[in-house]
Design a protein around this ligand. Structure first.
Ligand code: NAP
Length: 332
């Protein structure tokens, strides 16, 4: 059986990774329908040995498709995902549009694949930092029962999309050439800097991105009483987010047991040999399916606490790979 698959936002950072992962996973695509804005309509892309023409995404673009993966921002998802569902298509949405809708499953297949069965046409992919943090936290939660955590993120510029990658590169080149550095995607220079501001600020002083870690974490882990406090930081890294985590558990913790739990979890690999300078780093987790978990130690400030560091490719586990894994789970 081969499926008819639409990709909305096919020209973007996530859309391009989706194409390569559908191919490397041998997902049975019989027809590809690449969709983007009117700006890209008519351009050609190669996939599966054929050339496909990009069309502008409109409500009628979805007629006859089995699946549509949306990666074009929340407003496009809000406008077009229900139209795709009306036309009989199952939508996997990478945007934030439907994640907290109680009728929409929010899925990380290694954690809650069972939630997919309840879908009514739309399945949401989580926020990228949340998905990567959970690749470290979930295997520990299974044995020690997670109570609360503190997180600081180190988020790569590709999390903002293709234009942000160009901005980092051009700023680094301008800086090296002694020229003026210009910013348009971010409010400040990102090259050789850190920006503690990801997504917009709320009245509480947190950003929306910071609240996703708590709200989406609760939904995916099915832990409504979970507490979390996060600071999100954009860093001058092209690809792969990293997260420093301090987590408190209900049960007493043991570092060796924690290491074993990470080793046996399909979404992560243990990368933890500090004496030999081995720890997860974004350069080495770009283009890797598993997230790296390391720097595991007993937390000195929390009861039953562990500190850890996770790096993972947010274009993959935080978006395109997770979407492909959801499609695979559905067809299985
Ligand atoms: N980047 C990540 O790591 C990441 C992780 C998780 C979730 N996401 C989510 O995935 C989505 C895409 O992110 P991205 O990083 O891939 O952004 P991006 O590189 O800026 O790509 C945006 C895509 O959206 C398309 N688009 C823009 N306006 C459109 C319209 N009116 N109709 C149809 N398509 C339109 C663009 O097409 P044109 O080329 O024609 O303009 C392009 O293909 C966002 O919702 C983002 O929050 C991203």
């Amino acid at each position: 059986m081969a499926y008819k698959v639409g990709i909305v936002g096919v020209t973007g950072a996530v859309g391009q990774e989706l194409l390569s992962l559908l191919a490397s996973h041998n997902f049975p695509v019989g027809e590809l329908r690449p969709l983007a804005s009117a700006r890209s309509a008519g351009k050609k892309i190669a996939f599966g040995g054929n050339e496909w023409t990009i069309r502008e995404a409109t409500p009628d673009s979805f007629a006859g498709l089995d699946f549509a993966v949306f990666s074009a921002g929340a407003s496009i998802s809000r406008a077009l995902a229900p139209e795709a569902v009306k036309r009989g298509c199952v939508v996997v949405d990478n945007s934030s549009a439907f994640r907290m809708d109680p009728a929409v499953p929010l899925v990380v297949p290694e954690i809650n694949a069972h939630a997919i069965a309840a879908h009514k046409g739309i399945i949401a992919n989580p926020n990228c930092s949340t998905a990567i943090a959970l690749m470290g936290l979930y295997p520990l939660h299974r044995i020690f029962h997670l109570k609360r955590f503190f997180a600081a993120t180190y988020q790569a510029v590709s999390g903002t999309g293709a234009a942000a990658m160009h901005e980092l590169e051009s700023q680094a080149k301008a800086w090296a050439a002694g020229q003026a550095v210009e910013s348009s995607v971010y409010p400040h220079q990102i090259a050789f800097n850190l920006i503690p501001h990801v997504d917009s600020f709320l009245d509480t002083g947190y950003t929306k991105e910071e609240m996703k870690m708590l709200n989406e974490g609760r939904k995916i882990l099915e832990l409504p009483a979970l507490r979390a406090s996060t600071t999100c930081v954009r860093v001058p890294v092209f690809r792969a987010h990293s997260i420093a985590l301090n987590a408190e558990f209900e049960k007493p913790v043991d570092v060796q047991q924690a290491r074993e739990a990470i080793k046996h979890f399909s979404g992560a690999e243990l990368c933890d040999d500090p004496a030999n300078k081995v720890y997860p780093m974004p350069l080495f987790y770009s283009g890797k399916e598993k997230c790296g978990v390391g720097r595991l130690r007993v937390d000195t400030a929390l009861d039953n606490g562990l500190s850890l560091w996770v790096s993972g490719d947010q274009l993959w586990k935080g978006a395109a790979l997770n979407a492909v894994q959801i499609l695979e789970a559905i067809v299985r």
